[in-house]
Design a protein around this ligand. Sequence first.
Ligand SMILES: C[S@@+](CC[C@H](N)C(=O)[O-])C[C@H]1O[C@@H](n2cnc3c(N)ncnc32)[C@H](O)[C@@H]1O
Length: 239
Amino acid sequence: MKQIVRRIAAKGYRELMLRGYLRNVWYPRYQFQYFPRQLCFLADCLDRTADVDGSVVEIGCAHGLTTTFLYEYLADTGILKEYICIDTFSGFTSEDISIEKKQRGKNHDYGWEFKNNNVEWFKESLARRHITDIKVLKADISSLDDALLPDRVSFCLLDVDLYQPVKVGLERIFPRLSPGGIIVVDDCWSKSRHMWVDGVGEAYDGAMQAYKEFTAKQGLPQKFAETKLALIERPKTST
Ligand SMILES: C[S@@+](CC[C@H](N)C(=O)[O-])C[C@H]1O[C@@H](n2cnc3c(N)ncnc32)[C@H](O)[C@@H]1O
């Protein structure tokens, strides 16, 4: 009986695909949160830091799309590094949202975003691409145990959108950044419109504020690339 039901379901599913029903849901489409040039820029950062000591860290990895891209880029290039992913896997924390709303005057509905996630689903999805040696940490960057962070970081993609987690992420990663290392902070919009994206910047301008405050405090130059990426580079000669 089970087999008959399964066969009918499979036939129905095939029909649905062939006729294009519900294609809004299943038809493959580009799902990266970065435009192609931005992905190329990130890959270039991996090349530039290939010989730099330390791990690659992605803070805010969501469903692992950029994780897969960056990890496979490293593997394909022959760059052997520990890859660490950190995420709550349940969206923004109530503390971080509260800072946006109460201190930064935002009324954007951050509450439901990136909630459709689960650390096990994330690992399963990567495993389907044969990626099984990533260190995945389910944690709030603000309260993650210090001992779980690597001593040395060669490249970090800090993609947690809001003011507080970007601020804390910079404070925690910069001291670990090796000479020659690079941190890229996402959502630091240098213009409000790019390609067909309009107005995304305003709800997420906390990332830019945290980046500007941090670089000013540390006396670091501010560098921007590809419309929404901000950089921190530790010179090769520094200790
Ligand atoms: C824009 S998404 C990351 C996208 C991902 N880098 C990509 O390119 O596919 C932001 C992620 O940051 C995570 N996040 C938000 N606040 C966080 C925090 N305080 N600690 C850790 N992760 C956080 C969210 O759960 C979400 O998955």
